[in-house]
Design a protein around this ligand. Sequence first.
Ligand code: KG4
Ligand code: ZN
Length: 345
Amino acid sequence: MATILAIETSCDETAVALVKNRQVLSSIVSSQIDLHSIYGGVVPELASRQHLESINFCLAEAIAKANLAWQDIDAIASTCAPGLVGALLVGSTTAKTLSLVHDKPFLGVHHLEGHIYASYLSEPDLQPPFLTLLVSGGHTSIIHVKDCGEYEMLGTTRDDAAGEAFDKVARLLKLGYPGGPIIDKLAKEGNPKAFQLPEGRISLPEGGYHPYDTSFSGLKTAVLRLTQQLESQGDIPVADVAASFQNTVAKVLTKRTIKCALDYGLTTITVGGGVAANSELRSQLTAAATAQNLQVHFPPLKFCTDNAAMIGCAASEHYDLGHVSDLMLKVRSRMPIKDVMELYS
Ligand code: KG4
Ligand code: ZN
């Protein structure tokens, strides 16, 4: 029953949490959305500087809320890959410093592993093997979780990530940033069947289509062409376009994930990442899984988008297995999830 202090600064959220086993003692998230929204996306240099401004306040608040003393904490963890290098450095340097000063083990955590473990926070009895659909601003992956640290990527996107597609479509509809929550809300007022949009299937050289991979850039271009056409005819029915786009993304992700679970004989599916908060994806995937007698778990909304509780949860599983990172561990902008054990010495 390890108690972990975890830090997440891989993108535009400064987050600190205290996690005991699979229980969240405190979780502080300071979002930089307002800072970046005028640019329509995350500006890396601004993100690093803002992490530096916020990290000490987040730390103090997380420790105070959990009402713990340093001697109650077993290890310090931080996201070390993948992410914006300058942003990752703020969190990892803070975690390493605390680890040195308080003489606690340090664990570097893979950001995507964190998103996988977010499901453990609400499902304390969940155990591998299971299938995870990981859908965030930077990733769209179908991952076979065989054990802690043992992952096989079975499906991915060939171009834009699911969250990136939401953000780009919101930008072209002039809705603001980040696009996912705005489209999700607006789509409730629209007709999801108003427009037929392409599913982005990937052709195989031997014929047929890849069963689990997808492409979202064709869908984004189709939405662009559709809006240009609608604009030339008069007003754009924005809610109908948003609902049709969201319906297509949810349908594509649901089909691929259910097929993969059935093909691999996995009866449990978990979902992680910012797009796991999407209401249409939640309802379509839940209905399809139930129809096939599969179980599907979505983390609570606050643990879908970036947070440190999920990082603490992943670190706690590794800590229990005796995995510890070297203080010389470098942060990495890219790192396939299959290589996660490279973080531990
Ligand atoms: O996991 P996350 O917080 O950060 C990354 O690791 O990328 O995901 C952020 C992404 C953004 O692209 C945002 O538009 C999307 O998640 N997102 C959503 C929703 N809430 C956040 N996409 C669809 N529907 C939502 N409700
Ligand atoms: Zn994330």
